[in-house]
Design a binder for this molecule. Structure first.
Ligand code: SF4
Length: 432
């Protein structure tokens, strides 16, 4: 039984109860959301360290961190230092994008210790795991990689099943400035062009679903045609793929498999809200998981900011899950500091969106922070901060000469002045 089949039967699972408690929502609301597909609870039956999270309508916006061993930089311990940062800062998802070396060893170690849900892109792993040239990989090989990831306890797997021949025809007819920028999408495209075959994940989708159902892997329908620049956003290829993904969403639900849909990419600010509505419409309100969107193309080194701007707009317009982007995007594999920077930026976007969406209780921590600011209670301010370490470092790096203030305004501290007056006392701006 998967979360969605249980929900449809009227069964409340332990995972639904945990999600309801975390979200402060009635468990029946969670069960109904899972039954309808509006909420996914990615929870592989073999992921025993998991603290389940719900992704979808009416819930807090969740945040994902990408990491994993790459061919050029394969320092396993550094990747686990990134895992530690992700868990410390409360990322709800960790995607293992390893594509080199002992990927299975890394993946099983991660799943064994991660309370966050774990996602993978089996296509990335196919070449390394099978030790074959891309064109020699068979359909059975692809399915075998998906099965191994499912057995290992992966909670959600990105499957680029939507990029079928119809979508590729559309892409070739209309052309693009940056072609296909999805790594998994580009590999499948290369395989399809070399073999002349249909996308194996589309053609053998029922087989993929059977594997996902067995282990309750949530299928994350990858957007191979996500725009890689603002010029390509909302074009024929992107929308053609989204239409296919909408049909695949219903097929997954009918097979008892939970679904998330992946989205752009790069996109101008004014197109984001409409794209969120389009996804919800075409994909029947399935949870939407977006990378960015990055709202301009010219900020390498700062793309955690371009993505956070787009992520805040996307989530406030209906996106449910934000994949982080780090300052290293487009430039190199992120290091641990980049992971912290990117994760915090994405968490800010998610939280800003939750306030705008009116998620119950979302503002409580902001009100607590504001109250602490008025009272100039530094310890409580650090406790409320999204990144308490950074906040404390800044404050302690420049001790104020006037007690109970900071070096921004010193003795002219507005909080101190008004608090003193409100307490019926006289303010002495000459006092030390
Ligand atoms: S000194 Fe200025 S910035 Fe610092 S706590 Fe007071 S009002 Fe805020």
């Amino acid at each position: 039984m998967t979360q969605i089949t249980a929900a449809r039967d009227g069964t409340v699972t332990p995972e639904m109860k945990i999600v309801a408690e975390k979200e402060g929502r009635p468990v029946e609301e969670i069960r109904a959301g899972v039954a309808a597909g509006r909420i996914a609870i990615p929870a592989n039956v073999n992921h025993h360290a998991l603290s389940p999270e719900g992704v979808g309508a009416g819930l807090r916006t969740k945040v994902n961190v990408n990491l994993g061993i790459s061919g050029d930089l394969h320092n396993e311990e550094e990747e686990f230092a990134k895992v530690a940062v992700a868990l410390e800062l409360g990322a709800e998802g960790i995607m293992d994008l390893s594509n080199h070396g002992k990927t299975r060893e890394f993946r099983t170690r991660l799943i064994g210790m991660s309370s966050a849900m774990v996602g993978t892109v089996p296509m990335y792993d196919a070449i390394g795991y099978l030790e074959k040239a891309l064109v020699d990989i068979t359909v059975d090989d692809f399915l075998e990689v998906v099965r191994v990831h499912a057995q290992d306890g992966v909670d959600f797997a990105t499957i680029h099943a939507g990029m079928n021949r119809r979508v590729i025809d559309s892409f070739k007819e209309t052309g693009r400035l940056t072609n296909i920028v999805s790594r998994g999408g580009s590999l499948i495209f290369a395989w399809m062009e070399a073999t002349g075959n249909e996308n194996p994940f589309f053609e053998y989708y029922d087989e993929v679903l059977a594997i996902c159902r067995e282990y309750d892997v949530t299928i994350s329908l990858g957007d191979a045609m996500r725009p890689g620049c603002t010029y390509d956003a909302t074009d024929a290829a992107q929308i053609a793929e989204l239409i296919e993904i909408g049909k695949l969403t219903e097929r997954a639900w009918n097979a008892g498999v939970q679904v998330m849909v992946e989205g752009p990419g790069h996109m101008a600010l004014d197109e984001i809200a409409a794209n969120m509505k389009l996804e919800k419409r075409l994909c029947h309100d399935a949870p939407f998981y977006v990378l960015g969107p990055l709202v301009c193309d010219i900020a390498p080194g700062y793309d955690h900011i371009t993505a956070a701007i787009g992520g805040a707009v996307a989530a406030s317009a209906g996106a449910d899950f934000l994949c982080y982007v780090t300052p290293a995007e487009h430039l190199r594999l992120p290091d641990v500091a980049d992971v912290r920077e990117g994760l915090v930026a994405t968490k800010i976007a998610a939280h800003a969106a939750d306030i705008a969406k009116g998620i119950p209780g979302a503002r409580d921590i902001d009100n607590r922070m504001s109250d602490a600011r008025r009272r100039i209670d530094w310890e409580e301010m650090f406790d409320c901060a999204i990144d308490p370490v950074r906040a404390r470092e800044y404050f302690e790096s420049a001790p104020p000469s006037t007690e109970g203030t900071c070096t921004m305004c010193g003795k002219m501290c507005a909080m101190r002045t008004v608090n003193t007056i409100m307490d019926g006392l006289t303010i002495d701006l000459d006092a030390k």
